[in-house]
Design a protein around this ligand. Sequence first.
Ligand code: PLA
Length: 479
Amino acid sequence: MASAAFSVSSPAASAVAARSKAGPRAVPDRHSVPAYLRLVSVLGRGVSQGRSRTGCRVGITRKNFGRVMMALAVDVSRFEGVPMAPPDPILGVSEAFRADKNDLKLNLGVGAYRTEELQPYVLNVVKKAEKLMLEKGDNKEYLPIEGLAAFNKATAELLLGADNPVIKQGLVATIQSLSGTGSLRLAAAFIQRYFPEAKVIISSPTWGNHKNIFNDARVPWSEYRYYDPKTVGLDFEGMIADIEAAPEGSFVLLHGCAHNPTGIDPTPEQWEKIADVIQEKKHMPFFDVAYQGFASGSLDEDAFSVRLFVKRGMEVFVAQSYSKNLGLYSERIGAINVVCSATDVADRVKSQLKRLARPMYSNPPIHGARIVANVVGDPTMFGEWKQEMEEMAGRIKNVRQKLYDSLSAKDQSGKDWSFILRQIGMFSYTGLNKAQSDNMTDKWHVYMTKDGRISLAGLSLAKCDYLADAIIDSFHNLN
Ligand code: PLA
């Protein structure tokens, strides 16, 4: 009988099997077998028909690889058990923003740079590189699994400095990957495979997607203290104590610069101390560098933390992204670099990263890699990029200052808003709680993440007064 031949695994199909066993008297409901086996006869070619013990028509499709498939009708879905996922806390904000028809609306959710006119910005140097690429008529062949060689060279040099001995000695395993997120995910898969006992410790708070990445890779994580709401600054003692207390050999996830969401970075002296503890505890530093050049306006200054660890001879993981500093958000261009203690180690690590990448996405996209390689590899374009990046970073700093001025001038309560000036990078961590952030959106049409973070890269000088009114109202009138 046909039903006996089924290999079933879904909950709906198991229910079918159970009911079949129960015999013809099983009472059909909306989700029962007969409802969806009845329609099988309309499925046509490749479907053979028979009768189940419930007396219903059933159909099976035999694929040539020998598996027996159950042909299902449409009134009960196999996806019945799939619940609706919540909107993403960051990218979901942009969806809500797009749906709002109010002219006053402001999207300060995702960290994406806008011009003073609040328009997306394609860097001139990117347009120039793309024009050259088009003129050259480059082909679209597959890249090797590790990505474009010229990109991998350029990206490691940009991160570590072209003269860094670790590059000269071949100690860096670099794999081009799918921007910052994809690079983090690849590294997480590597940790899961080769350090199955290790856990990752991440700052509290951190970029929301970090937790998803390690969860999906099945890498256990816990948090170390980072932000102190009382001082609106770094909880340095707490951070050091928690890194010290983590099991030896933990991976310590650090934001290379422009910590997201707080905008608070350790000082150079504090970085030294952090490196001391990590070294003592034989932890592995794992840097997420998503904003090189965007914190200070200088690529070298923003790589200070990573270079400090590398200079100490430590083995280090670094994920890089060109979404923000070259405005290549949708090109998905970035890299994972693993600085190793010996050349053969770097070769082995690289071979395993490739092995992980191959079944995940095979090989990375070429367009963004060529842009980066062309810009970084050409002294004139490199200079132009640095200038444009300084301008972008400068515009964000101006907006930061203006927002502080507006808040200080308008708020009669005497609250000290100077923490905004001490924060760096794209974001300001306002201290607004969820209810207050909801008020920002519901009443003022200011879209932001519910942790109180606002992206200053999405703000214009002209909108600072309006935003200050919204913040003051939300802060003082809601708790
Ligand atoms: N790491 C950090 C700390 C980030 O803030 C982001 C992006 C990434 C990695 C990944 O960026 P990429 O994959 O595009 O290279 N964070 C954004 C966007 C700007 C996002 O959430 O995806 C943010 O709004 O926080």
